[in-house]
Design a protein. Structure first.
Length: 229
């Protein structure tokens, strides 16, 4: 992993997301440790410059408590200013898994602070049943004329969060990075990617460097400039 200081990192947007792709045969915990270590390097580039990172792990490997603890311990050492401690009250860290705040599992002393950093962890089961039910109810309302297609398209993130608890508080990442041989969101929530700038890498996540990330952020900034945002 190339040292971060060698690259001129452009301004990172407030929310970035990664759709992780893990090769078959590497899904046992001992094989996933390199992925967690690589995540620490990458996330330490993001924080404290960005305030939220969403990790979509389709098969739910990051729900494993040991892997999560290793990730948190690594980040705590890499970016100590972001994490809550007994003598630091200016910032705090939150972890949301399946729409639930699980911060206390890793930082029981976390307190209310002026700035909060968040990691959202999703997998393919997040909101799956609720999403199917919502789609069915929405279709029925359309057929009865109670709502219009335009109203469905304009459904806000807050409205979705109210109806899909697993996605409560989740906003669309400004930048969403995907990996693997196929350019696919791999089940990432569609409503929460419609406004994202998506950058795909055919390589494994393990080969994604800080330089690659800087190139994606540079491309994102270029798009925003062209759009006048």
């Amino acid at each position: 992993f190339a040292p971060r200081q060698k690259y001129l990192m452009p301004e990172i947007p407030p929310h970035v997301g990664f759709v992780l792709w893990i090769r078959r045969g590497e899904k046992k915990n001992e094989n996933l440790i390199p992925y967690v270590e690589h995540l620490v390097h990458l996330l330490s580039t993001c924080f404290p410059h960005t305030t939220a990172v969403t990790l979509y792990d389709r098969d739910g490997h990051l729900s494993d408590s040991q892997l999560m603890q290793k990730l948190m311990d690594g980040l705590h050492k890499a970016v100590p200013t972001v994490f809550p401690s007994s003598d630091a009250t200016t910032s705090s860290f939150a972890i949301r898994r399946k729409g639930q705040d699980v911060t206390a599992e890793y930082f029981p002393k976390a307190t209310d602070c002026t700035k909060q950093y968040t990691i959202n962890i999703l997998d393919e089961t997040n909101g799956q049943q609720e999403f199917v039910q919502l789609a069915s109810e929405t279709q029925a309302k359309l057929q009865r004329g109670e709502i219009t297609e335009e109203q469905v398209k304009e459904m806000t993130e807050a409205e979705l969060g109210a109806q899909l608890p697993a996605f409560k508080g989740l906003k669309a990442p400004h930048v969403l990075v995907t990996f693997g041989p196929l350019n696919s969101l791999d089940g990432f929530p569609p409503w929460h990617s419609s406004e994202s700038e998506i950058y795909h890498h055919t390589s494994s996540f393990l080969k994604y460097s800080v330089q690659d990330f800087a190139a994606d952020i540079t491309a994102f900034r270029r798009v925003k400039t062209l759009k006048g945002v």
